[in-house]
Design a protein around this ligand. Sequence first.
Ligand SMILES: *Cc1c(COP(=O)(O)O)cnc(C)c1O
Length: 838
Amino acid sequence: MNEYDANPAPELDNLILIIKSFLEHIEYTLGKDKYTATRYDAFNALAYAVRDKLVERWLDTQQAYYNSDNKRVYYISMEFLIGRSLINSLINLDILEDFREAITSLGYDFEEIFDEEQEAGLGNGGLGRLAACFLDSMATMSIPAYGYGIRYEYGIFRQKIVDGAQMELPDNWLRYRNPWELDRQEHLHPVKFYGRVLTTTNKFGKTVSEWVDTEDVMAMAYDTPIPGYKNNSVNTMRLWSAKSSRDFDLKFFNEGNYIRAVEKKMQTETISKVLYPADNVIEGKELRFKQEYFLASATIHDVLYRFKKKHTDLRLLPDKVAIQLNDTHPALAIPELMRVLLDLENVDWDDAWQITRKTFAYTNHTILPEALEQWPVWFFEQILPRHLQIIFDINKYFLEEVAKQFPGDNARLARMSIVEEHWERKIRMAHLAIVGSHSVNGVAALHSEILKHQLFRDFYEMYPERFNNKTNGITQRRWLKMSNPSLSELIGEYIGDGWVTDLYELEKLRAVATEPEFAARWQAVKKLNKEKLAAYILKHNCIQVNVDSIFDCQVKRIHEYKRQLLNVLHVITMYNRIKENPAGDFVPRTFIFSGKAAPAYVTAKLIIRLINAVATIVNNDPEVGDRMKVVFLANYSVSLAEHIFPAADLSEQISTAGTEASGTGNMKFALNGSLTIGTLDGANIEIMEEVGRENIFIFGLTTDEVNNTRNKGYNPRDYYSKLPALRRVLDQIAGGFFSPGAPDLFRPIVDLLLNQGDYYMLLADYTSYIACQDEVSKLYRDQNEWTRRAILNTAGMGKFSSDRTIAEYARDIWGISPVCVKGAESRQHGDSSAHGSF
Ligand SMILES: *Cc1c(COP(=O)(O)O)cnc(C)c1O
């Protein structure tokens, strides 16, 4: 008997089944009873009960994909910033209210239980979160898709603030059980490292290469189900974990060196130990290089294994498989596929190259030079010698093509080469990714233009048809429906729930934006969400904030290009104005910062200290009172983000024009009814186009103006001399006003601005930023107008659903169509077309 069988009281029956499943997991899966079960046990039992529901649909989905034999897409990413899964799964399976009722009836506090979930923080920031939003959209759109990544034992570090400074703690998220994953012992691929290449001539006179004497590491699969929204589809995120290979151990065991054998075993298993915590910057470490190859190799073998279950002719691969590279991090998959085709499958070069190029597509995520991956040739010589040969061959044929198209242009050959010929020769991974793909995309319109006309200009001249734009998006299931239930309900009452799968439906809000009752309820929801965040701030920071103040939020990784420091200059400017005119009429503000700095990024860490130092002075100044508070929320993460966006009034998106590829935080804020103050950068530009120029606060230099100013010779000191308010702020920072015990502490920050060129042009944008902030304050006094614009922001967010982004990838790059999954009620038990494990 199952829950779909006809019965006279289906609701009651359903509740009983949920309770039964929950109690059985407490007893049989966890081995507890009602006396010994902790709240954490309750979470796990609940998660297992939900997982059971997922698994039914998961098997159906994979069977449907196998039967249809449609083209599939593999999204390879070194990061998946998933966050928590319980509520998201309940929502997507449309069983949240049933489960809430069942669990509450057992005497549990539902919210307390889901707060027990560890978050899967296998990413740094936007790039990893994008991958997670894409998985949700692909499942919701019934696209046969797989996310491939690494099962890091330690995700992004947990941030603590101690005496104002960032401290990093390990995120040992797998120490307790992870109820969402299933280990797949049978999906074990050997990944080779080191060794040498044997070149011989076979009996047909063909040169063949063999990679021998390698040290092998096993990649073991762990699968996590990714449910679509109310559509019976459940896709797979497959993460690889490194396990030592048995042969490898045996060598040492046979020599009688037990300790050495175990040591080696431990060493090889370090490959999947920890996520590198730097965002938008490469670390260049050998272990990271190995991680990238580990992911690339295991995934390529898995893709081919699945392909071969139905096909024998490898030339069909591009018709059945699309591989999307999330930045260059997994780009070693290109030479890896070439190696497998050439050396293991005996495909000749031209066919192998055709197959490879048609299969791969590359997404660029940044133009910051420090983030463009270049691996030393000697890494390859030692660790991936066969891949180096293949890359050299790819480069040779490629440069021949360039020379044919642009005869005599040697400078161009040097610029475009995959190999950078400096004193230390390096492989430029972006060049390899462009040459080895049929599609290269940026992640916002401006960014894609910069790729075509600046960063990859030479490549665009040669292969214009390869370049395209796919503006990023976010999933509204998590970033509105789940994280902001009050607003979701209000919206639903007025325009229905169509927006959950078609975000353009939000346009219907325009018609009610000035309806007094709707606006009043909108304000009440925002107030409620602000009260919740205020309670969080009181609990974690011991700061009482004014919920009638503007919640002015900048939450994202701490990076110079994102210009948290420019925000701080405004904070101090406002503080000085209050001090100069204590009786003045100021619109109160709560400045909320949150974000992690890479542990080795000295300037970013100093900026965190500065924010906290300014907070200490401002928050404890009785003359300021509740007109101004500065809050740094520790440990920015998906879960914390879910608290912040619904409560924000103002979204700070203030990167130097031309530096932020897209941004997705900007979209989450606007979706939740915040107004944006931002530069004409990344997706801000498209947000402006969608919500209307009059409903967003734009300031600062444009990308062209930034470039022109730099070319003319930018002198930040001009602004320092000209602007007394700015001068005062910088003098305070440099002179120890905010660090009385250590007067020189923040001098390096001012030094960067005044003496080291102010690369991100904070001083050039200061005046227009402050003026724009004054406009913000002025508007906030008019709550009706503010609310109207907030509603229009939400109403204009249709374009920024990751569903739209994925539809474009599927249509333009992958050539993939949906495979719909029948409901479980029509599932064929004992289906004879079973195909073994997927
Ligand atoms: C959305 C998101 C980001 C990206 O934010 P940006 O403002 O686009 O840099 C980073 N971290 C988390 C946890 C997010 O949810």
